[in-house]
Design a protein around this ligand. Sequence first.
Ligand code: ZN
Length: 108
Amino acid sequence: MTKTNSYVDDTKMQLIDLNALNRFPIRLSNYDSENGNENFVLGIECVLEYANNLHVIDAEIQRQGQWVPWAGNLMKCTYCGHEYVDYVECKNFCGNCGAKMSVEVDKE
Ligand SMILES: [Zn+2]
């Protein structure tokens, strides 16, 4: 019987942010050495060393948004909420957050 974590779909590759993982606050150089368990922290170091030796794929975060009519002449990016008077100049991408706009919403 295989034990599964409900957060992990092991049928698909799931990407994580290695830089964020490396900022995990409990490290050998930063833990309560008087009250903490060194073996526990060594386990953390072991997992981080393992993660840092995995194959690295450079990835960009894909932001997806839509233009929606907003007050008066304004159009609003659904991803960041930035408002534009003339959104046509940046129709395919939000100039504020860089979100890709896949579906155009008519102003009327
Ligand atoms: Zn935006």
